[in-house]
Design a protein around this ligand. Structure first.
Ligand SMILES: *[C@@H]1O[C@H](CO)[C@@H](O)[C@H](O)[C@H]1NC(C)=O
Ligand SMILES: *[C@@H]1O[C@H](CO)[C@@H](O)[C@H](O)[C@H]1NC(C)=O
Ligand SMILES: *[C@@H]1O[C@H](CO)[C@@H](O)[C@H](O)[C@H]1NC(C)=O
Ligand SMILES: *[C@@H]1O[C@H](CO)[C@@H](O)[C@H](O)[C@H]1NC(C)=O
Ligand SMILES: *[C@@H]1O[C@H](CO)[C@@H](O)[C@H](O)[C@H]1NC(C)=O
Ligand SMILES: *[C@@H]1O[C@H](CO)[C@@H](O)[C@H](O)[C@H]1NC(C)=O
Ligand SMILES: *[C@@H]1O[C@H](CO)[C@@H](O)[C@H](O)[C@H]1NC(C)=O
Length: 431
């Protein structure tokens, strides 16, 4: 475990050596490292992030009442102008306001089924996102399926992209149950078909968007990757010509000790701590990866007319330590807007992503491609209460918390309310 997190910073690397030196006999060391490898591989399988960055949030607890009430008089607004991404969360007291439950949605994975895993509090499911100057319409599965009828939508990214898609499946379940038409052995790629609407929904795992291979040293996986910043991951590009809506995300895997290549030559690294190799930082790699992906889309003739959405970075929210140091996310109340600390690394990743979507839009609009944002970073920073935490049902990793993914139902459902509203606004012909 120490090894896995040590990759984050030099300070941690030193901690690791310190701990190892104190552990004693070589036999113990061997067993210990086997144990670490075993645990680590479970971690990789079930929780494929490096949620090492401890999200530092103010220590005092959130106020017990939200300053905004749902029945506050509506401001006069122009819906098509209203900024969807600046707002607050508002409590809906009505139990019927839930879109789905763990009974009505059959596809909630165990790891996101927080109530099934014993989470005792339920209020976290009842807050809805409220933009400052308008009301975000409730998700409407009928309207969504009408808009996407006959189309293909793909979520391209890491396991948070999958979490987003799992929320959408539940939100659509009231209207139509899809069938799985493709699933690979590792379940990193899945395709669902909604036959009545001829709507195809895909999830394509691509942790870096660019071509990447895991680094192996002396026969063991290191958890770090070699990223080729000028070469894309064919696992998603091969599907692009068939995709009408591509929803990109990614970020967390860039926080590992990765090595960066261009033209096959090493140009630097991220958190490698190696003398002679320049640490260019995760932001550099994130920017280059999104740039490469969007450039590819704008140069791909077979893909013209694709609608690209970028869902901005959703930060990990460990408190009281890193994920492997007893860090958890046991808050049951959310943060008010003023309590959220912006301006650190998470916010920087969001800014980079926004700059890259704007750049892509500039070139893409001439050829009929559309680039839009689903900017969830700030909204989600207010929701430390929305993660599975210790209720993620992983029996191999008891005592560890998942403060990266989101419970279902939960605040991640707002990503799809936003998605629908964006589709509705940008493509009013579908009304
Ligand atoms: C709302 O904003 C849109 C976009 O700026 C504009 O075209 C439309 O006329 C506005 N509608 C009203 C009622 O102000
Ligand atoms: C909110 O508004 C501010 C300025 O008015 C802007 O800088 C920011 O990017 C907006 N969006 C979010 C999600 O905070
Ligand atoms: C749903 O959650 C309840 C707790 O609220 C739990 O008892 C039940 O087993 C869960 N059911 C399913 C199907 O997940
Ligand atoms: C379903 O949609 C695809 C395009 O995604 C189209 O080629 C096909 O003809 C449609 N099938 C039916 C039965 O409408
Ligand atoms: C593409 O997917 C396969 C199957 O999961 C995986 O082995 C391979 O590493 C992926 N390629 C990249 C570049 O990530
Ligand atoms: C790989 O193994 C060799 C021989 O056991 C050792 O000398 C070397 O330091 C190891 N390299 C790393 C990076 O651990
Ligand atoms: C949350 O976790 C911290 C640290 O583990 C602990 O001190 C605190 O009592 C916990 N809070 C609740 C409400 O369980």
């Amino acid at each position: 475990m120490d090894w896995c997190s040590s990759v984050q910073t030099r300070k941690n690397i030193h901690n690791y050596h310190f701990k190892i030196l104190n552990l004693g006999s070589p036999g113990f060391l061997l067993l210990y490292s086997l144990f670490l490898t075993l645990i680590f591989s479970f971690y990789m399988l079930h929780f494929p992030f490096s949620p090492i960055l401890t999200f530092t949030i103010k220590e005092h607890s959130a106020p017990h009442t939200n300053p905004l009430h749902i029945n506050q008089p509506q401001l006069d607004y122009n819906m098509s102008e209203c900024d969807l991404f600046n707002g607050t969360w508002v409590l809906e007291e009505n139990d019927d306001s839930l879109y789905y439950t763990n009974f009505s949605c059959p596809t909630i994975p165990n790891s996101k089924n927080c109530l099934l895993n014993g989470r005792p509090d339920e209020e976290f499911m009842h807050w809805r996102w409220k933009p400052d100057h308008c009301t975000l319409p409730r998700f409407n599965a009928k309207i969504f399926l009408t808009i996407v009828k006959g189309k293909t939508m793909a979520f391209i990214g890491d396991s948070l992209a999958r979490n987003h898609m799992e929320s959408l499946l539940c939100l659509l379940s009231s209207e139509e149950s899809p069938t799985v038409i493709y699933k690979d052995a590792e379940d990193k790629f899945r395709t669902w078909l909604f036959p009545r609407h001829n709507f195809t929904l895909m999830v394509l795992r691509a942790e870096f968007l660019v071509f990447a291979t895991e680094r192996v040293i002396n026969g063991s996986f290191t958890g770090g990757f070699d990223l080729h910043l000028d070469k894309l991951n064919g696992n998603w590009t091969q599907h692009l010509p068939n995709i009408d809506y591509a929803i990109f995300s990614d970020g967390h895997w860039f926080l590992r000790p990765n090595y960066l290549y261009e033209n096959g030559n090493l140009i630097g690294c991220v958190y490698c701590g190696e003398p002679g190799v320049q640490d260019l930082g995760p932001g550099y790699a994130i920017r280059r990866a999104f740039q490469a992906a969007f450039k590819y889309i704008n140069e791909c003739e077979a893909c013209s007319g694709v609608i690209v959405l970028l869902r901005t970075f959703s930060a990990g929210q460990f408190e009281h330590g890193a994920w492997n140091e007893g860090g958890n996310c046991n808050r049951t109340r959310l943060f008010a807007r003023e309590e959220v600390k912006i301006g650190d690394q998470d916010w920087k990743f969001r800014s980079i992503q926004i700059e890259e979507i704007k750049r892509a839009r500039k070139y893409g609009q001439n050829i009929g491609n559309m680039f839009e944002l689903v900017d969830v970073t700030r909204a989600m920073l207010m929701r430390p209460d929305g993660h599975p935490g210790e209720y993620w049902g992983n029996k191999w990793m008891k005592g560890f918390s998942d403060c990266i993914h989101w419970c279902l139902p939960g605040p991640i459902d707002a990503w799809n309310e936003l998605l629908l509203e964006i589709l509705r606004r940008k493509f009013p012909t579908f009304h």
